[in-house]
Design a protein around this ligand. Structure first.
Ligand code: SF4
Length: 371
């Protein structure tokens, strides 16, 4: 009988180089851009699985078994003045996405209660508009944040677009905001393909104001928009430079009516490889798998943790559905992962933080990272 098995050649040189780079990060070292780009370009499944296994070791070494869960509440939907090519909420495209003005306190309190019930660390108030300036809307936003903080159910986060000046960022901090979501979307080179109504530098400036105000930064991007692997690599290094605390990796879920509606989907292994590369470039950050997870990864969703993810967006996204929270919580339990992240905090990302899961020990960074 003829065998249909295809024997694939496994490259011993790649195996050794991946191991050398993985060990370097475990030892507290850093990847050069050239080394990272080699990882982004791995093609063979045997090499990619090697990389995932190192990314998993790095996650366990720096993050333990804690997983940071976030959810979002759409605080103002649709009719956005910006033309982001991936977004259902832009007024430039006909998408059938809902439209409403800024939410009252009740739905926000409900979202916080629901999150608390499910052990979710943070709830982000998200608004579809260009950004925030001083004025009555900033007062409303600050009121919602202060109410959430006072309710004590979850960490109040927000993603409210471009911040116009330092005073706005300081007001948000004073209201109780701890972490602000502001994605760079892609590399500086590719950004104009995603949006032309504001610039990459506008986004960097917002991040500068937030950091100066003492607000943690949640910033990542979207893959599958037509960018190259080099763009993904550049994005990861820019996020390292700006000192993002949480790095969301969204995977494009093409929305009918938007310019990216017909983009071909990324293969699951390409997505997992990208997450693993981000983990090795950003070993201490929370790498969060966010929008597009269910539709693009399907049965391979649980592998994001083996690829180095340490955070997960749960509950529905802004305009698309996610799998039920209960299913995500069961997935974490089955994997031996713990969503009780709060005690962990961001302390392991601080200067001199040891990189161990407790975030409290006083070992030298390199010592702890080699365990
Ligand atoms: S991504 Fe944000 S800024 Fe861009 S169109 Fe959508 S809601 Fe507006």
């Amino acid at each position: 009988m003829l065998s249909t098995m295809t024997v694939k050649q496994v490259d011993a040189n790649n195996h050794a180089r991946i191991a050398e780079l993985g060990q370097r990060v475990l030892n507290g070292g850093e990847l050069s851009r050239e080394a990272a780009f080699f990882l982004f370009n791995l093609e063979k499944s045997a090499d990619i699985y090697d990389l995932l296994s190192w990314a998993n070791r790095v996650r366990e070494s720096f993050k333990g078994n804690k997983i940071h869960l976030c959810s979002i509440v759409n605080a103002k939907a649709g009719a956005c003045s910006e033309n982001c090519s991936f977004c259902a909420q832009s007024s430039f495209y006909q998408t059938g996405s809902p439209k409403y003005g800024f939410v009252d306190p009740e739905p926000v309190a409900e979202a916080a209660n629901e999150a608390n019930k499910n052990g979710v660390t943070a709830v982000g108030l998200v608004a579809a508009w260009k950004g925030l300036n001083d004025g009555p809307m900033l007062n409303e936003v600050c009121a919602r944040i202060t109410e959430m903080k006072a309710g004590g159910k979850t960490r109040p986060d927000a993603s409210l677009g471009i911040i116009k000046n330092q005073k706005v960022a300081d007001r948000l901090k004073a209201a109780g905001l701890e972490c602000y979501g502001h994605n760079l979307e892609s590399s500086r080179r590719f950004f104009p393909n995603t949006c032309t109504t504001h610039t990459f530098d506008d986004r960097l400036q917002t991040i500068g104001y937030l950091k100066k105000a003492g607000i943690k930064i949640c910033s990542g991007g979207i893959i599958g928009m037509g960018e190259t692997r080099e763009d993904r690599c550049d994005l990861a290094f820019t996020l390292k430079e700006i000192g993002a605390n949480v790095v969301p990796v969204n995977i494009l879920n093409p929305i009918p009516g938007t310019p990216f509606a017909k983009n071909p989907p990324l293969q699951p292994l390409e997505i997992l490889k990208t997450i693993a590369c981000f983990r090795l470039i950003l070993p201490r950050q929370e790498i969060m798998v966010a929008g597009g997870r269910t539709v693009n990864l399907r049965d391979m969703q649980s592998m994001v943790f083996m690829a180095g993810a340490s955070a997960l967006m749960v509950g529905n996204y802004l305009t698309t559905l996610n799998q039920p929270v209960e299913k995500d919580l069961q997935m974490l339990k089955d994997l031996g992962l713990d969503p009780n992240w709060d005690s962990h905090g961001f302390t392991d990302q601080e200067e001199g933080g040891c990189g161990c899961a407790s975030g409290k020990c006083e070992e030298e960074p390199q010592m702890a990272a080699t365990r």
